[in-house]
Design a protein around this ligand. Sequence first.
Ligand code: ADE
Ligand code: ZN
Length: 323
Amino acid sequence: MNDLHTLPKAELHLHIEGTLEPELAFELAAKNGVVLPHESVEELRRQYDFEDLSSFLALYYATMAVLRDASDFERLTRAYLERAAAQGLRHVDVFFDPQAHTVRGVALGTVIDGIRAALDAARAELGLTSTLLLCFLRDRPAAEAGQLFDSLGEQLPRIDGIGLDSAEVGHPPALFEEVYARARAAGLHVVAHAGEEAGPEYVREALDVLRVERVDHGIQCLQDPELVDRLVAEQVPLTVCPLSNVRLRVVDTLADHPVLDMLERGLLVTVNSDDPAYFGGYVGDVFQGLRDALGLTDEQAAALARNSVDASFAGTERRREIH
Ligand code: ADE
Ligand code: ZN
């Protein structure tokens, strides 16, 4: 059997703030004089019993308040990249949530400085390449996303693409049509979360209105056979996050997860960790979980790894090098 931790692979759906382990959260809280409403690391971990996406997001946004200066973002990102490299990752497309930081007075440049420093170091020290994708929070006004995009200025060349995340239901992709058109015109990659908790119509809108290159999650497409046919025909990459889906109660258990059926059906599926500090594992653990719960074969593992590299934003040369 293949060693799943050494299989060369890419991660395409990873929120850097979702890699904040409780130990680091408490350390940064002490450093920055931020009071977390939890007694200890263990008590914080005990909160990781989520009802749904919203209950997770409340804890996720509250805990990231410990991130204050560029060195905090750099440490967070470095810690993730070291774990990622140890589990066979050769490339990662990293999401970050700038509005979650600017609303509490942390400048966008500070956030990007810290994350970028770690990404650049990992390229040199770990041979791990990356891109950085700025996510708009869909439960905040679309006009705010437009203003954020306008304000990027000298930060624009420091990001590689945009995404759309946060509470999905009631915040359809089409609301963000204008800012996506501008991002595409600026030559950025475009992706969006769609079909995590909301239905297949959100996936269609992400494709038709936002013209995304990949769909993040997308598993609710299974409710609509015509949409599945289209996703197969167009080979649209789906960044599926099995552990996340179980923890956020989109799927009952890992043994019930449809990801391998999706793969066999011809969908261009990749597997990813989403928010690994909160959902019980990094991407190598996701592969291992699928082997334990669903009998993932070596061929399926190789197909998922190959898809992840092919669907990444690593660039043609680098993709070839990783294969
Ligand atoms: N932000 C961080 N993780 C997310 C998820 N799984 N869905 C939507 N927004 C998120
Ligand atoms: Zn996500």
